[in-house]
Write a protein of this length. Structure first.
Lengths: 102, 102
DNA sequence: TAAAGTTACTTACTTTTCGAAAGTACATGA
DNA sequence: TCATGTACTTTCGAAAAGTAAGTAACTTTA
């Protein structure tokens, strides 16, 4: 009676999207590069702490890229990598489902 | 400077899939109706407590249907509703992404 | 027939994660 | 100089998840 185990790749992805706010964060980043304050404006209910935390996780996973522009006051910008942009069909599928059923 | 707010329908869906184990649970239920113990076998790392909890939540949201068959030993079966089955494109999109990038 | 196993949960307790709020460092503007 | 803006960090109580054991109803095995 051995235990079956699920596709580990899917498991990785499900764990990624299975964290609170990640789906929303990726959705807003699909618009294009955003600054920290822009993300705050787009997702007002998400706390600073969690914005930082999630962005850091997504950066480590190669989904988001953080760029610092040493301007007058420094500007920090977050954008999706190609790995991140490739999540667009997932986000679209979620949106389609939401439109139909929510 | 007013706060923008995101599509609430998408937010609902993102919150749904943004809970741990939900994505995996829906994936295995796409196979067809399963019993509690089958789910345990499919997702061995998910605890009984969380299986019950998630199934209950999904039932409340109309995504999963629970049926009790009063057989010799009673049999309890969980299956996706059409609302639940319609999540298949989402799950497929996640799988495609995982195949390509994980 | 008594002990052990199965199924579908529940309960109790610990650890981890989250949320809310405040604080920090640096910069510009009034 | 005092307030404001940006990008975080720190602290701490609350909620969620992990772990383990327990339960009730029934069945199989010895």
């Amino acid at each position: 009676m051995q235990k079956t185990s699920i596709c580990p790749k899917y498991e990785f992805a499900a764990e990624l999207l299975g964290k609170k706010w990640t789906g929303l964060l990726i959705l807003v980043l699909l618009q294009g590069p955003l600054r920290f304050k822009d993300i705050k404006n787009e997702i007002p209910d998400m706390s600073d702490r969690l914005i930082t935390e999630r962005l850091k996780e997504l950066e480590e996973k190669g989904i988001v890229e953080r760029s610092v522009f040493p301007e007058k006051p420094v500007r920090v910008q977050y954008q999706l990598t190609s790995k991140g942009k490739d999540l667009e069909p997932v986000i679209n599928a979620i949106q389609d489902w939401a439109e139909a059923w929510v």
